[in-house]
Design a protein around this ligand. Structure first.
Ligand code: SAM
Length: 250
């Protein structure tokens, strides 16, 4: 998968060289290219923002450098019949970036991220590219950050760990919170490791029983308990068919 990020703070994306994403890059599973938006400015001050039409506080990112940057990045793609890239525009006013969206984006060959600063990017940029490309305006949560670089780090990490070969054990994300599959719609329950006793607290007996059926049932019960405690909306909005008869309280 190829990932391009256009930003005025390329150094903010340095964590993409570390840990899981860094290893995926080193293994050739991810081709990450970070570009400095100011490289596409034409004035001596490398200006990327200007005052908003209509007045009001703050500044707005100018459309010209974004247009030149995106045209240039788009033009650097492989020629031929490859699926066109998806443009990912982080914004608090976008649709929620969920695990489902992460799965959808993980299936694409090429993503281009446009993290903004100030009050965001002149609207005409999204409108223009939206006519020719799949443009996703995505929010990582109901709060406002100073810029889109941290949201890009969040999204890239969530997407990268879903790519085949990135996690050591391909099964690792099967039981994750929000994952599709056997535990769909549920948060993951508590996890334990050695030693079997720590500060007088024991690991639940069932986990050391070696009884796979009982362990699976316990994990599902704990997932149900945790989900109904912290995110009852997930249970209420869940697909009734996804709950089996053992899930109902007796
Ligand atoms: N005035 C904008 C609003 O209220 O929607 C917020 C602009 S914010 C200060 C600057 C940039 O940070 C945004 O354009 C976006 O790229 C990024 N950003 C901030 N919060 C975000 C969030 N929750 N999800 C995704 N991107 C976010």
């Amino acid at each position: 998968m190829r990932l391009d990020v256009v930003t005025i703070f390329p150094e903010y994306l340095e964590p993409l060289g570390v840990s899981l994403v860094g290893k995926a890059r080193a293994a050739g599973l991810l081709d990450v290219r970070v570009h400095d938006l100011r490289g596409w400015t034409r004035d001596r001050h490398h200006t990327v923002d200007d005052t908003p039409y209509g007045g009001g506080p703050g500044m707005v990112m100018k459309p010209e450098p974004w247009g030149e940057a995106l045209d240039s990045v788009l033009g650097s793609g492989p020629s031929g019949a490859q699926e066109p890239p998806v443009l990912v525009v982080p914004t608090p006013s976008g649709r929620a970036f969920t695990q489902e969206v992460a799965h959808e984006l993980a299936a694409k060959p090429w993503l281009i991220f446009t993290p903004a600063r100030y009050e965001g990017i002149d609207r005409r940029v999204v409108d223009d590219y939206g006519e020719r490309f799949d443009v996703r305006e995505l929010s990582i949560g109901d709060y406002v950050l100073a810029g889109g670089e941290a949201p890009v780090l969040v999204m890239v990490e969530a997407i990268a760990r879903l790519l085949p070969g990135v996690l050591g054990n391909a099964e690792s994300h099967r039981d994750d919170s929000f994952a599709p599959g056997p535990m769909a719609g549920l948060l993951e329950g508590p996890v334990y490791t050695k030693p079997p006793e720590w500060r007088g607290r024991s690991v639940p007996e069932v986990l050391v029983s070696g009884h796979h059926g009982r362990i699976a049932r316990w994990r599902r019960d704990e997932a149900l308990r945790r989900t109904s405690g912290t995110r009852p909306d997930l249970i209420e909005g869940g697909d009734p068919a996804a709950f089996d008869k053992h899930d109902r309280a007796t």
